[in-house]
Design a protein around this ligand. Structure first.
Ligand SMILES: Cc1cc2nc3c(=O)[nH]c(=O)nc-3n(C[C@H](O)[C@H](O)[C@H](O)COP(=O)(O)O)c2cc1C
Length: 157
């Protein structure tokens, strides 16, 4: 079964999990990249990142076009930003009319949880079948996240 992992990661936490899931499932993987750069330092990053979520920004993706028809299952990874998914994920959902896929989602967050983020992402992707969701607190600081991600991915398909 063909599986694609698609993720955005600003500071490497979601990336760490994405790589483990890709490895576990022998999946293809795409890291979403944008031409717009968010500030990475100080409070500015929360301000600009949070504002872009609130305003529903869809930054332009610089990735090559992805042929989603090759995949039955798509695993989407995002950091939680302002309680929701990060803007590049909104761009991905907007650019690709995703239908009739099996979708699993994972998120990294700072401790605020990902329930609202998952609800919003599911709302943005109607007409698909959701097969799983899981969230991790700051995986770079919590290595047990890696084991949990491997277990989650192993039980997914
Ligand atoms: C703009 C911005 C907004 C954030 N908002 C939240 C939030 O609402 N809740 C939360 O638990 N963590 C929040 N965080 C923390 C990130 O979700 C957390 O650090 C995550 O592990 C980052 O993943 P990444 O390294 O893949 O970018 C926010 C971080 C940024 C930069």
């Amino acid at each position: 079964m063909s599986v694609l992992v698609v993720y955005f990661s600003f500071e490497g936490n979601t990336k760490l999990i994405a790589e483990k899931i890709r490895e576990t499932l022998n999946a293809d993987m795409v890291e979403l990249k944008t031409s717009k750069k968010y500030p990475t330092e100080g409070l500015g990053k929360y301000f600009w990142g949070g504002k872009s979520v609130v305003f529903g920004d869809k930054p332009t993706l610089t990735n090559e076009s992805i042929d989603l028809s090759r995949y039955e299952t798509i695993i989407i990874g995002t950091p939680v930003w302002a309680g929701s998914f990060a803007p590049p994920i909104r761009s991905f959902v907007n650019d690709y009319k995703i239908k009739n896929k099996r979708i699993a989602i994972f998120a990294s967050h700072g401790g605020g949880g990902a329930v609202k983020c998952f609800t919003k992402l599911k709302e943005a992707l109607p007409e698909n079948k959701f097969i799983g969701e899981t969230a991790y607190v700051e995986p770079k600081k919590n290595p047990e996240s890696i084991d949990n991600a491997v277990k989650w991915a192993s039980g997914l398909l």
